[in-house]
Design a protein around this ligand. Structure first.
Ligand code: DON
Length: 432
């Protein structure tokens, strides 16, 4: 069978092809003269498969799409306190190049507008790095997000630098407020290089998928930034990524996203997929016209809106039964599905309201697919409390979904592969 997904992408591109509204960015010739008909889309799954259609091999400058990625590098390199002290996370509702600084501190309102992105650039790499060392760190980090070695388009960089008066003004303002504490022009130079890094739509889909995959590049398997950093970055993309169009975007499309003036657009759906589009004509917010249309179509067709929660899972307790009799009896509680807060709460409520009626209790995890940190802690706390109540506790975990379980203070648990390892004796089963 031929996969329907490339056909779907090609058909999605055809559906927006006729729209010639908007215009290429006009502040430098390299962007103004881009072929406005170029059109591409790509999806990268979290097991690293890339689907693409259209002009997916064409390189273009990453521009503002570098902002969330470099913000991620800054957070990873310098920590949250230092970065948040210099760049806040409040949507400005302003255009990307607006002077959105907090009135007293001069702190940029968020890292997606230029003032915040220039500051985030200055915070990538170790303290005291030279501008060249910092740029090497950024290029290496962006390459790790893409899973291949990226390069700068020197002509875009040179041209942007000859037109970077507004960014220089922003950097000087930031220097005056001690948000930057080095030569402002050098920071603008590095930031402009960062925006001039060349990517394809496939690179962008992999970068987005790295964000969707808790910071691990799904193609190379390389960890790029830690998961808490990704959560911060995706949150800021949701509220500020589309500038003064962010609210409209989040309600209609519902995927954390970031656009660039060369026509690229990325969206990262946590735990599912990275998406990217490329089409150079921009709307009044500086976002790709056909890219926005494609994203609306993707989220509608593929149910990708972040606020469309999956239906509540069926009961986490698949079965509870008494195996054996008298002193050798084992209360077996078989679980199913994913164990996270909502399902673990159902489990601990059931155990509290209806305590196991046998001295030995085995919690069977064979049909449990995944356990998150909260699910793990709640399950182990239940194990600890049942131990303190006098039960002998077992976990049946043939698939290793709960490695190294430690119920903590006063708790004890034995892990087995199979019920037969606990009880060989009486096999009479009493159903509850
Ligand atoms: O800072 C600038 O002006 C550009 N190099 C990047 C701007 C950009 O991509 C805005 N996004 N839509």
């Amino acid at each position: 069978m031929r996969s329907p997904i490339p056909d779907y992408l090609a058909e999605a591109l055809r559906s927006v092809q006729a729209d010639r509204s908007g215009a290429t960015a006009d502040y430098i010739p390299q962007l103004a003269d881009a072929d406005p008909e170029l059109l591409a889309a790509a999806l990268c799954t979290l097991d690293g498969h890339v689907y693409s259609a259209g002009d997916c091999g064409v390189e273009f400058s990453i521009q503002s799409i570098s902002k969330p990625l470099v913000y991620a590098l800054a957070l990873a390199d310098r920590g949250f306190d230092e970065v948040l002290g210099k760049v806040w996370v409040e949507p400005s509702g302003d255009a990307f190049n607006e002077i959105s600084l907090e009135p007293d501190s001069g702190r940029p309102r968020n890292p997606m507008i230029n003032a915040g992105a220039i500051t985030a650039h200055s915070l990538a790499g170790p303290v005291g790095a030279t501008p060249d060392e910092r740029f090497a760190r950024i290029l290496d980090g962006l390459s790790a997000f893409a899973g291949r070695e990226l390069a700068v388009d020197e002509s875009v960089y040179q041209s942007e630098m000859t037109h970077s008066f507004r960014n220089r003004a922003l950097a000087n303002m930031l220097r005056a407020h001690h948000i930057l504490d080095e030569e402002p022009l050098l920071v603008v130079d590095g930031y402009t290089r960062q925006c001039s890094v060349l990517v394809t739509v496939n690179d962008l889909a992999i970068m987005a998928a790295t964000l969707a995959n808790r910071g691990v590049n799904p193609v190379t398997g390389r960890p790029v930034v830690p998961a808490p950093v990704v959560r911060q970055v995706l949150s800021v993309m949701s509220t500020c990524g589309m500038y003064d169009g962010a609210g409209d975007w989040m309600t209609r499309v519902g995927v954390p996203a970031k656009s660039g003036v060369a026509g690229g657009l990325i969206g990262a759906l946590p735990g599912q997929v990275g998406i990217a589009t490329f089409s150079p004509r921009l709307d009044g917010h500086g976002n790709s016209v056909r890219g926005v249309d494609l994203f609306q179509r993707f989220t509608a067709d593929m149910g990708m809106h972040l606020m469309d929660a999956p239906r509540a899972a069926p009961s986490v307790i698949r079965d509870s039964r008494l195996v054996g009799s008298a002193a050798a009896a084992i209360w077996v509680l078989a679980l199913q599905g994913d164990l996270r807060f909502a399902t673990a709460e159902r489990l601990v409520r059931a155990l509290a309201e209806d305590p196991p009626a046998a001295p030995q209790v085995a919690i069977d995890l064979e049909r449990v697919l995944a356990v998150d940190d909260v699910g793990r802690r709640m399950l182990l706390e239940a194990v600890r409390r049942l131990t303190l109540d006098g039960h002998q506790m077992y976990l049946i975990d043939p698939n290793g979904v709960l490695p190294g379980p430690d119920p903590g203070d006063g708790g004890r648990v034995t892990v087995v592969q199979d019920l037969s390892e606990i009880a060989e004796s009486d096999r009479s089963v009493v159903r509850r």
